[in-house]
Design a protein around this ligand. Structure first.
Ligand SMILES: Nc1nc2c(c(=O)[nH]1)N[C@H]1C(S)=C(S)[C@@H](COP(=O)(O)O)O[C@H]1N2
Ligand SMILES: [Mo]
Length: 493
């Protein structure tokens, strides 16, 4: 017992050294790699997502969005810090036992380097992660041992100096890492007056309503399986058509840009969003019809289906038919795709849920046998046409005493024929105003309704009719596994 107690004061500094070493490994890796797949946190968080139960992954990615990614990133940082910490503590202990001062330094450096190289595949950048903890261990092993009992203020001075060093190193590492994170995508495509004209028209036709996006979204949602987006430069990008084809073909970015392009508005909606959620947005996309590109390779598979693969190891399988009118898009709202939306190239498959709009696309594989996509393997419904929905996001008081309610309605390639509003909980219905259809075959419309409100609170309900004349289903169903249905209603005061 007394021996145990005597060792305690020594154990704490060792743990601290481990913690500090762990932090410097993460910071050093970030400084070397930036926020890219070569940052040690990328493979570690991918592993966390992969190893977690599907239900948890579903929940975090589909519901928590950015917060989910932050939480996973923090657990990744914790895991790497802890791992390096364990290495430090273990090797220091072993070093003490063997009376070998070099051992903890070498073990920490080589161990961290080997781990980061193995997981990121970047031996040189892995030095950024391995050297700082090595130095931390070196400094603490080599430091002359203080006389025991240590003077209290000398220990305090050490701790303060140590904290400042770690904070300074972290700040510097963060700044360097930010600079080293490549800015990809987003630059204007060219002086293309057609795109500017289309955007201009859309902006003029848009209903301006507080609480609802205009016709072209200002904040386009993102849903990603990876916590750190791929960094594929356009100069490195190519797309290969593989599998059951007469001839495997490859297309690079320059060739893609040389092909005749089309511009069209298209709405994306995530199957995992709530009925009145905000993961539905619209942009003007520029790209090249995908069907011809696949046809040129001579597809000859038995299932008439394809698997699209992406740089983040995402994959989706769907019938060849869906490729009709699909695009390989490289432009969004007149600029190159931003990194978060799939730079340099993504697929756009009209009328289908967001999940098959594969970003960072690298391969189209023609299959002989049907297979499951990433989300199907996790219980979600794969492809299939989107459900009809009318959302209610804007509830505003107008200057003249009337109320304004509004939002968007979307039914994929079926289009929207009409939106009706009830202000008495569904007893009576009136037709809402609609914006003109956008240029494209798969875009939402905005709806708006202005009325003299009754005294007190009342229930506003909204429902859309698609282009085939089919009324949005009233049946209430949750989002899992094939998308939420029902009519959106809201109590208005
Ligand atoms: N490569 C890749 N493509 C992807 C995803 C992804 O995680 N990786 N997420 C999908 C999902 S679930 C949706 S809803 C849409 C979202 O597209 P956005 O992020 O551009 O809005 O992208 C789809 N394409
Ligand atoms: Mo999605």
């Amino acid at each position: 017992m007394s021996r145990f107690r005597a060792q305690l004061p020594n154990a704490l500094p060792t743990l601290l050294v481990g913690l500090v070493a762990g932090i410097t490994a993460v910071v050093g890796s970030y400084a070397a790699a930036g926020f890219t797949p070569s940052f040690v946190i990328t493979p570690v968080t991918a592993w966390i997502t992969e190893a977690s139960p599907a239900a948890l992954t579903n929940y975090v990615i589909e519901n928590l969005g950015d917060l989910g990614h932050t939480l996973i990133l923090l657990s990744g940082v914790g895991l790497v810090t802890g791992g390096v910490g364990v290495l430090v503590v273990g090797s220091r202990f072993l070093g003490q036992q063997l009376n070998n001062r070099a051992l903890p330094v070498v073990a920490t450096t080589v161990g961290t380097w080997a781990f980061v190289t193995a997981t990121t595949g970047q031996a040189l950048l892995a030095l950024g992660a391995a050297l700082p903890p090595g130095v931390v261990v070196l400094l603490t092993v080599a430091a002359p041992s203080l006389p025991t009992p240590e003077p209290v203020d000398s220990r305090r001075r050490q701790i303060i100096a140590g904290s400042f060093s770690v904070a300074g190193f972290s700040l510097a590492g963060y700044t360097v890492g930010q600079r080293r994170t490549p800015e990809l995508g987003g630059e204007p495509l060219s002086e293309n007056s057609k795109q500017q004209q289309l955007l201009q028209n859309a902006s003029e036709e848009s209903f301006s309503m507080d609480g609802a996006e205009p016709l072209v979204s200002e904040n386009f949602y993102t849903v990603d399986i990876a916590n750190v987006n791929p960094t594929v430069d356009e100069s490195e990008w190519d797309l290969t058509i593989t599998g059951e084809v007469d001839e495997e073909t490859t297309l690079d970015y320059a060739a893609l840009k040389n092909m005749e392009s089309v511009d069209r508005f298209e709405t994306l909606r995530c199957v995992g969003e709530d009925l009145n959620g905000k993961k539905m947005d619209t942009a003007l996309w520029t790209g090249v019809p995908l069907e011809n590109i696949v046809a040129r390779a001579g597809p000859d598979g038995d299932c008439d289906c394809v698997r699209l693969r992406a740089a983040d190891d995402y994959y989706q399988v769907f019938p060849m038919d869906a490729l009709e009118d699909s695009l390989l898009a490289y432009g969004m709202n007149g600029s190159a795709l931003p990194r978060g939306h799939g730079y340099p190239v993504r697929a756009l498959i009209p009328g289908h849920w967001g999940e098959i709009q594969v970003k960072w696309i690298t391969e189209i594989e023609v299959l002989d046998q049907d297979a499951e996509g990433y989300w199907e393997e996790r219980g979600w419904h794969g492809t299939g046409p989107v459900e009809t929905v009318a959302k209610l996001h804007a509830v505003n008081d107008l200057d003249d005493g009337r109320k304004e309610v509004g939002g968007h309605a979307y039914a994929g390639i079926r289009g929207i024929q009409q939106v009706e509003v009830s202000t008495d909980g569904g007893s009576t219905w009136t037709e809402a105003e609609l914006t003109e259809p956008l240029d494209g075959i798969d875009a939402w419309r905005q709806w708006r309704y202005r009325y003299d409100p009754p005294d007190g609170s009342h229930e506003v309900v909204v429902r859309a009719t698609d282009g085939n004349g089919t009324l949005q289903t009233q049946e209430e169903r949750g989002k899992f596994p094939r998308g939420a249905t029902g009519w959106v209603s809201r109590t208005v005061q």
